[in-house]
Design a protein around this ligand. Structure first.
Ligand code: NAP
Length: 325
């Protein structure tokens, strides 16, 4: 039997229920994975609260790393004992062991241990597509990253700095500001110091920044638009503070023909080759010492509700892991 988290209704962290299930034998094209570490992501909160609707009951969690314990028919490129990770639906990563479609699973290189993989897969693949595909960062560009000490934010700042960009980060506390600087930010703005856009222009120059990576959403949206240089790119990739309100396209014109996109990792990894390319760029960056997992906190898997409370209360830094027994 294996411990698995299920949600039967939307709500607060208390709706995370633990049940004993039998993961069963993998069907054609599937593998069974015993998890060594599970990644906590903000999207888990959107699924739990119902901001992103699910058909219930449902498993929860999209990211984990572990070892293959069984292989279904037709799976030729993975074997029992392989160390693997994933960042993908179907939901159900909050479990000791589970079945997964083999084409969503990526083998891990020796240099990446299970904890690092569970901290890096979803957040690192996201940083990769945002920096290389949504808006391809060029040396010398100015970049604004919100929640720079957070899971995705920390990786965005580290990687963008390595690519030669000047990164301005925002952070919710002095401790987080120090972490954002450690991630390479040339300047860190604390939200409580007032108008973000004014401070960004003070740091980046009057013209503003070339791109904003905004995973905070409602609370920062207006400041993000106001921070952009003409023809700049607004990348709205999350809503930790709530969804971005509807806005008039003329708001983009008024600020200098801005671009706006609302990308999702799902679309950028829908094709297996895109998933493998992203993972290999991510693991290469880890092996080259450009990126590393910054695991700010770990929780026993059955204490996922406590982890959710910490993430929602802005009490976490870097990545958070849920560790099975
Ligand atoms: N589009 C995609 O494909 C994709 C993929 C992965 C993640 N994401 C998004 O990326 C964002 C970051 O995800 P993550 O898992 O790495 O989380 P995280 O950044 O580690 O945590 C969220 C952070 O957002 C900041 N924040 C600002 N206002 C907040 C509020 N009212 N409530 C809660 N947090 C607030 C907090 O940092 P400060 O205290 O420093 O402000 C908090 O620590 C999320 O919006 C997530 O949905 C999107």
């Amino acid at each position: 039997m294996t411990l698995t988290c299920e949600i039967r209704r939307n709500g607060g962290p208390d709706v995370l229920e633990w049940i004993d299930t039998e993961p069963g034998e993998p069907g054609p094209g599937e593998v069974r994975i015993r998890h060594h570490a599970v990644g906590l992501n903000y999207i888990d909160i959107y699924h739990r609260t119902g901001l992103y609707p699910l058909s219930l009951p449902s498993g929860i969690g999209l990211e984990a790393a572990g070892e293959i314990t069984a292989i279904g028919d037709g799976v030729t490129d993975l074997a029992i004992g392989d160390r693997v990770a994933y960042a993908s639906a179907p939901l159900g990563a909050y479990a000791e062991e589970r079945l997964m479609p083999a084409d969503r699973v990526v083998p891990l290189p020796d240099a990446v241990d299970a904890r690092s993989a569970a901290a890096l897969m979803l957040k690192g693949l996201t940083a990769h597509f945002l920096l290389f595909r949504t808006f391809a960062i060029q040396p010398g560009q100015r970049v604004l990253v919100h929640a720079a000490a957070g899971g995705v934010g920390y990786l965005l700042c580290t990687w963008a700095t390595h690519l030669g960009a000047t990164v301005i980060g925002t952070a919710g506390s002095r401790e987080k500001a120090a972490i954002a600087r450690e991630a390479g930010c040339a300047e860190v703005i604390q939200y409580r110091d007032g108008n973000i856009a004014t401070q960004v222009r003070r740091a980046a120059g009057k013209r503003g920044v070339d791109v904003v990576y905004d995973g905070v959403g409602a609370a920062t949206f207006q400041d993000s638009l106001d921070s952009l240089a003409p023809l700049g790119m607004m990348v709205s990739f999350g809503n930790a503070s709530g969804p971005v309100p509807a806005f008039e396209p003329s708001e983009l014109a008024r600020r200098g023909s801005l671009f706006f996109t609302r990308p999702s990792l799902l679309d950028y990894t829908r094709e297996r080759q895109d998933l493998l390319d992203g993972a290999s760029a991510l693991f290469d960056a880890v092996e080259a010492g450009i990126l590393s997992a910054r695991i700010g906190q770990e929780f026993p898997l059955p204490e996922a509700a406590r982890a959710h409370r910490a993430l929602e209360a802005r009490k976490t830094t870097g990545a958070s892991l849920l560790i099975p027994d």
